[in-house]
Design a protein around this ligand. Structure first.
Ligand SMILES: Cc1cc2nc3c(=O)[nH]c(=O)nc-3n(C[C@H](O)[C@H](O)[C@H](O)COP(=O)(O)OP(=O)(O)OC[C@H]3O[C@@H](n4cnc5c(N)ncnc54)[C@H](O)[C@@H]3O)c2cc1C
Length: 373
C-alpha cells in the first residue's frame, strides 16, 4: 500500500527541509531521506557563511531575500540563526576587481590588516569588504525548518532511499526501501544525486556536476579577533574564518567528483596549513577535524528550480553549488509558490507559470527560466 501526498520531496538537506517548511500546512507533504539522519551530506559540511556579494546576480538576489526571511524569523527566536560577520576578499588589484560586485566595497590594504591582523602585509595588494555578510547557525536553521515542517503536518521518513519512481495516472509512484508513496509532484532535492534520481525516474538528466570542497577546524597560536571578517583569496585558493578560539580553513578547491560520501584526500589539509602559515601569522598548530562535501552545479552555475519541461509533475530543486544555505529560504519561497500554483486541485504541475510576484522569482526568471529549454 502506498501513502498518498500532494508532494513528495526527495532529499533531507537544507534544500528539501527549507521547502518542506515553506509548504507545511499548505498541502500534504512527505520528505524522504536516504540516510538515517537528516542533513548528513553537504548540508552538514558547509562553512556557514551567507555572503550577499557572492555569486551571479540571481544568486545575490536570492541571498538577500533569504537574509530577509531568516532575519524575520530570528526576531521571534530565543537564539538567532544570523550573526553579523563581514566577508573580506584579498588578492591583487585585477582579481579583487574581477570578483568584487556592487555589494562589496574596496578597502585599502591597511584597513584590511586592521580588520584581520593575522594577514601578512606582503601577501596581498588589494582588498574588498562585504559588510552585509552573516555567519549562519546552520544546525539551528536546519532544526527550525524540520520543526516547522513537522508542526505543519509534513511526514519525514529517514533511512529510505528512493529506488524507483514512475508516472502513475496523473501523478507519481515512488518506492523507497520498504515504503511506497504516491504524489502529484515529486521534488528532486537530492543534492549530488539529483541527476541519478532523474535517471531512475525516467527523466532526462541535466548534467549536474558535484565538486569536492574540503574544510577543517584548526588550533592556532594566535586566535583571530572576535570581529574579524571571513577572509578569502580572490583567486579561490583558500579561505578562513574565526570559529571560537579555533579557525575554520578551506583550500577552496573545486575538484569534480561522482555523487558519494566524500572524504578529505590525504595531504590536502596539510598542504593548506603549510600555505596559510606562510601568508598569515595564525601559527596553525594542529588539525582538530577535517571534512569534504560536494557542491553540485549546473553548467551555468545557477540553481535549478522549477518543473521539468517534459516530465509532468517532476520539480527540480538542485544545483545550489556553494550557495545552498545563503539562497535556501528565498529558493524555498519561490519553489513553494511554483508548486502550489502548478499543482492545484490534485493535478500535476508541468508549468512554468510565474510564482507570486516576488523579486526572487523575477530574478530567477530573468536569468534562466526554464529547465532544458
Ligand atoms: C566545504 C563547503 C563549504 C560550504 N560553505 C557554504 C557556505 O558558507 N554558505 C552556503 O550557502 N553554502 C555553502 N556550501 C554549499 C552548501 O552546503 C550546499 O549548497 C547545500 O548544503 C546543498 O544542500 P542540498 O540539500 O541540495 O544537498 P544535501 O545536503 O547533499 O542533501 C541532499 C540529500 O538528498 C539525499 N538523497 C540523495 N538521493 C536520494 C534518494 N534517491 N532517496 C532519498 N534521499 C536521497 C542525500 O542523502 C542527501 O541527504 C558549502 C559546501 C561545502 C562542501
Amino acid at each position: 500500500m502506498s501513502a498518498h501526498y500532494d508532494v513528495v520531496i526527495v532529499g533531507g538537506g537544507i534544500a528539501g527541509l527549507s521547502l518542506a517548511s515553506a509548504l507545511a500546512g499548505k498541502c500534504s507533504v512527505a520528505l524522504v531521506e536516504a540516510e538515517q539522519t537528516l542533513a548528513y551530506h553537504t548540508s552538514a559540511r558547509s562553512a556557514r557563511q551567507l555572503i550577499p556579494s557572492y555569486g551571479p546576480a540571481v544568486v545575490q538576489e536570492l541571498t538577500l531575500r533569504s537574509l530577509e526571511l531568516i532575519a524575520a524569523q530570528d526576531a521571534a527566536r530565543p537564539e538567532p540563526v544570523l550573526t553579523p560577520r563581514s566577508f573580506m576578499l584579498i588578492g591583487d588589484d585585477a582579481t579583487v576587481r574581477a570578483e568584487a560586485s556592487g555589494r562589496m566595497h574596496r578597502i585599502t590594504p591597511a584597513e584590511a590588516l586592521r580588520l584581520c591582523p593575522a594577514l601578512l602585509r606582503n601577501s596581498f595588494t588589494a582588498a574588498g569588504l562585504d559588510t552585509g555578510s552573516f555567519g549562519c547557525n546552520a544546525p539551528l536553521l536546519l532544526a527550525d525548518h524540520r520543526e516547522r515542517a513537522q508542526a505543519g503536518g509534513v511526514d519525514i521518513i529517514t533511512g529510505a532511499r528512493v529506488h524507483s519512481a514512475q508516472r502513475l495516472g496523473s501523478g507519481w509512484e515512488l518506492g523507497a526501501g520498504q515504503e511506497g508513496f504516491q504524489a502529484a509532484v515529486v521534488v528532486n532535492a537530492a543534492g549530488a544525486w539529483a541527476d541519478e534520481l532523474a535517471v531512475i525516474s525516467g527523466v532526462e538528466k541535466l548534467g549536474l556536476q558535484p565538486y569536492r570542497r574540503t574544510a577543517a577546524i584548526v588550533d592556532v597560536e594566535h586566535p583571530l579577533p572576535v570581529d574579524c571578517p571571513m577572509v578569502a583569496a580572490a583567486d579561490e585558493t583558500f579561505y578562513f574564518r574565526r570559529d571560537g578560539d579555533q579557525v575554520l580553513i578551506s583550500p577552496a578547491e573545486a575538484v569534480p567528483s561522482g555523487p558519494e560520501d566524500a572524504q578529505p584526500y590525504p595531504g590536502d589539509v596539510e598542504a593548506l596549513v603549510a600555505r596559510l602559515n606562510t601568508v598569515t601569522t595564525l601559527g596553525i598548530r594542529s588539525v582538530r577535524k577535517a571534512w569534504t562535501g560536494l557542491r553540485t552545479e549546473a553548467a551555468d552555475g545557477v540553481p535549478v528550480v522549477g518543473f521539468d519541461a517534459e516530465a509532468t509533475g517532476f520539480f527540480w530543486l538542485a544545483g545550489q553549488g556553494g550557495y545552498g544555505f545563503q539562497t535556501s529560504s528565498g529558493i524555498a519561497e519561490l519553489a513553494a509558490g511554483l508548486i502550489l500554483a502548478g499543482q492545484g486541485a490534485g493535478s500535476a504541475g508541468g508549468t512554468t507559470a510565474a510564482s507570486p510576484a516576488s523579486r526572487t522569482a523575477e530574478a530567477l526568471a530573468a536569468t534562466r527560466w526554464s529547465i532544458r529549454r
